[in-house]
Design a protein around this ligand. Structure first.
Ligand code: IPM
Ligand code: MG
Length: 357
């Protein structure tokens, strides 16, 4: 089969990690007889430098017309001083919104080979965990009305959280469907003891839950969830929540796996064109030094094969190769722990994975 993939390398370590994933996809293409065609588009800080805007129209069109998008990371200190609507991050939010990618899947599991990197207590680590965070991605406070105004105590700023029944229903269905293919449990996260949006969220999730009697549905408040993630992460299977709560909780979930450098993500909408990116940022401090771990981006490419192209065997082949390399003890600097071995460079890690494919 043939697939057109838009590459948005972005800033910082973006170009190095995307290059690792492209090599892996090319190898998969050779092995399984597929052709992947790559076209590069600018977004983020590099687009601000080249075209004056974080998300050029050409990038939006190119991504829309592709079969899927592979993204590295955007942002860096160089652009931190810019006003909100022209910051590099605007490119990410803009692409998610323009492509209608309302679902963000962020799996977080403990690799047994890396259990030593997990910051949790050994008895908690021993139980392991494997959860799927389902974050709503195109609504809520990240897209609500915001601004500055004169308030009771002088100048103030405001951001608004709004969720429609339709937005909650469609993300809840994604979560219940995902749970059906996993361990049949959904935790729905909200702050229903305070927020009206959360009360609508809870009500709506309960209604959708009735369509899935085979899946257990548990409500949990977001503050308690932050605590439960470090206290007993093995209780979670699928976790569904709003844009902002999901942003925060998914960083926490990633950290308890031992390295944010390992975690992929998929952003999906109503069509098969999705956007796939590591959940970590652009790490400007190590950019261009070939130190960055390419695994999160390589696993994001595997998610693309699975969710957008339905190439299940090919996706599993990449995941098995990553498992094998980690089991064999190969480590980049972010996951080397207290070992005194020389860490692999990013390109060497890619090479090891290619050898396993
Ligand atoms: C993420 C990031 C983004 C978000 C930022 C960079 C806009 O933190 O993908 O989690 O908040 O969604
Ligand atoms: Mg985030």
């Amino acid at each position: 089969m043939e697939f057109n993939i838009a590459l948005v390398k972005g800033d910082g370590i973006g170009p190095e990690i995307v290059s690792g994933a492209v090599q892996v996809l090319e190898k998969i293409g050779e092995k399984f007889g597929h052709t992947f065609r790559f076209t590069e588009y600018l977004a983020g800080g590099c687009a601000i430098d080249a075209c004056g805007v974080p998300l050029p129209e050409e990038t939006v069109q190119g991504c829309r017309n592709s079969d899927s998008v592979l993204l590295g990371a955007v942002g860096g200190p160089k652009w931190d001083g810019l006003p909100g609507d022209v910051r590099p991050e605007k490119a990410l939010l803009g692409l998610r919104s323009a492509l209608g990618l309302y679902t963000n899947l962020r799996p977080a599991k403990l690799y047994s080979a890396l259990a030593g990197e997990c910051p949790l207590r050994p008895d908690i680590v021993a139980k392991g965990f494997d959860l799927m965070m389902v974050r709503e991605l195109t609504g809520g406070i990240y897209f609500g009305e915001r601004g500055r105004r004169e308030g009771k105590y002088g100048p103030e700023a405001y951001d608004t959280e709004a969720y429609s029944v339709m937005e909650i229903e469609r993300i809840a269905r994604v979560a219940f469907e995902a749970a059906r293919k996993r361990n049949k449990k959904v935790h729905s996260i909200d702050k229903a003891n305070v927020l009206e949006t959360s009360r609508l969220w809870r009500e709506t999730v309960h209604r959708i839950a009735e369509e899935y009697p085979d899946v257990e549905c548990v409500d949990m408040l977001v503050d308690n969830t932050a605590m439960q993630l470090v206290r007993n992460p093995s209780q979670f299977d699928v976790v569904v929540t709003t844009n902002m709560f999901g942003d925060i909780l998914s960083d926490e979930a990633s950290q308890i796996t031992g390295s944010i450098g390992l975690l992929p993500s998929a952003s999906l909408g109503a069509t098969t064109c999705g956007m796939y990116e590591p959940i970590h940022g652009s790490a400007p401090d190590i950019a261009g030094q070939d130190k960055a771990n390419p695994i999160a981006t390589i696993l994001s490419a595997a998610m693309m094969l699975r969710y957008s192209f339905s190439l299940l065997e090919e996706a599993a082949c990449i995941e098995k190769a990553v498992d094998a390399v980690l089991d064999a003890g190969w480590r980049t600097a972010d996951i080397i722990g207290s070992s005194t071995d020389r860490p692999l460079r990013g390109s060497e890690m890619t090479q090891k994975i290619l050898e396993q494919i």
